[in-house]
Design a protein. Structure first.
Length: 89
């Protein structure tokens, strides 16, 4: 499940709320051990996703670096190249 969580820091443009929420959802899924909670746990699950997304936004806002921002297209191409090598037949 957590393979879908991607680094979100130091990109231009910065990570969107959708990206942060998707990462929070993947984290909560991993920690809870379920991709779809029962009706009894749905509120707690959704609250955890919202709170983790919120604190993640604060974390990303507070992090500092001297490295130049990464380009999303370049990083995506690197990931595709790594996957091609990993899954080559």
């Amino acid at each position: 499940m957590c393979r879908n969580i991607r680094p979100l820091n130091n990109f231009e443009p910065p990570a969107s709320r959708d990206e942060v929420s998707a990462a929070a959802l993947q984290y909560v899924r991993k920690v809870s051990g379920t991709t779809k909670p029962s009706a009894a746990n749905q509120d707690a699950f959704n609250r955890a996703v919202r709170e983790i997304a919120h604190i993640t936004e604060h974390l990303l806002d507070d992090l500092v670096t001297t490295a130049p921002p990464k380009n999303r297209d370049v990083e995506a191409e690197k990931a595709r190249a790594r996957a091609a090598v990993r899954y080559a037949r």
